[in-house]
Design a protein around this ligand. Sequence first.
Ligand SMILES: CC(=O)SCCNC(=O)CCNC(=O)[C@H](O)C(C)(C)COP(=O)(O)OP(=O)(O)OC[C@H]1O[C@@H](n2cnc3c(N)ncnc32)[C@H](O)[C@@H]1OP(=O)(O)O
Length: 437
Amino acid sequence: MRLITPRDASGVLTGLGLVHGRPAIAYATDATIMGGAMGSEGCRRIVDAINAALTDRMPVLGLWHSGGARLAEGVEALDAVGHVFTAMVRASGKVPQISVVLGPAAGGGAYGPALTDVVVMGPAGRVFVTGPDVVRSVTGEQVDMEMLGGPDTHSRSGVVHVASESDSEALRDARFLTSLLGHRGHFSAVNDSADLSRFLPPQANRAYDVRPLVREIFDGASVELQPKWAPNIVIALGRLGGHAVGVIANNPIRKGGCLDSPSAEKAARFVRMCDAFGVPLVVVVDVPGYLPGLTQETSGVVRRGAKLLHAFAESVVPRATLVTRKIYGGAYLAMNSRALGASAVFAWPGAEVAVMGASAAVNILHRKKLAAAPDDSREELRASLVAEQVRVAGGVARALELGVVDEVIAPSSTRSRLAEALAAAPPGRGAHGNIPL
Ligand SMILES: CC(=O)SCCNC(=O)CCNC(=O)[C@H](O)C(C)(C)COP(=O)(O)OP(=O)(O)OC[C@H]1O[C@@H](n2cnc3c(N)ncnc32)[C@H](O)[C@@H]1OP(=O)(O)O
């Protein structure tokens, strides 16, 4: 790497170099000078680095350890930090911006990373609006920096996408993400015939962790983003057939895989990020619906769930859906349905596509009939009503007839069929920024 600006009192270094063989720009706040606090000159350097990345269409990495705006510079520093924010937003969706937080990052040092596409945090990273002293004096809360803004806190808040075990791992993760978002590559044929259905339990109603299945979709290394926030949905980046792809999957081991407010937001932002950088999507679906209840309604599940509908319907990247087990109701639409513009919709044999599970539907439709049945024949009646409901609702057969599912595929051809579908769809890249939803 070549330094563009020298190490000096500005407290910001910028450099140009290669990440996985491709040019990238980096800036870093210098923790040895006023704790990396940002003055007007340092902010100018960050703005210049982002603008240069924008001009040359290069990814930009920011390394953060900063007490935010320099207190002695007062409003001049505040204004300068505002210009950094504006530069980040101008570049948003045009060039990948990856942040690595390696130490305390307060105020402008916190919102800077939050405006970028992905935030990686090292073990000593701390992100907060104000430090523990101010918190104590304003709210009386006794918290230390780690509790307030450490990797554990921000893995759960969703502020941090990747919490790395060490600083060197954080940098390695950031390089990997930079290459995925900045260098998408080309699709080539996938020839393996791994049976991905081995990750599903034999019993249709049994919960399971979808992450091993998600990892297996990629060619090799992948990175899961925000694994501890809204874990009922999984988002991950890697390559399929050599091309960068994003995978979104319901995770039945958490909340039965239901969609809810945070998981819809998490997925929506990921869809928009992938769309902005031309990264195709694979959507792995096994979802019983939106989580019902008062808590969800008061948390704005309708408003926040709508973000996912909007994100998919707006996106122009190739996007393939795979229904592994079941897809019901409103969640059917939200998980990259044909109606929202999916490039391809596949289902594994036996997958259920319905407004509601057949047993639940029978309980509603035939409540009186079941209640009136003699005790010793009720279960027999229920079974025949369920079979009738499956037949009438149509399941995958009806979905195929309507064209909302394209094809039932063998689990062993999943990777090759997904790669073919993404490669065959017209490539696209959304013309929008990546607002932190
Ligand atoms: C838009 C905005 O950014 S507004 C926000 C303005 N910034 C803030 O409110 C945060 C102020 N800083 C802090 O609360 C603390 O320094 C923390 C929590 C960030 C870090 O705490 P610690 O790791 O204990 O480091 P410490 O407080 O010793 O700071 C390290 C050095 O950086 C200096 N420093 C830290 N923040 C700033 C700042 N914003 N401006 C100028 N100097 C600063 C400290 O004075 C100290 O200098 P010294 O080594 O010469 O004594």
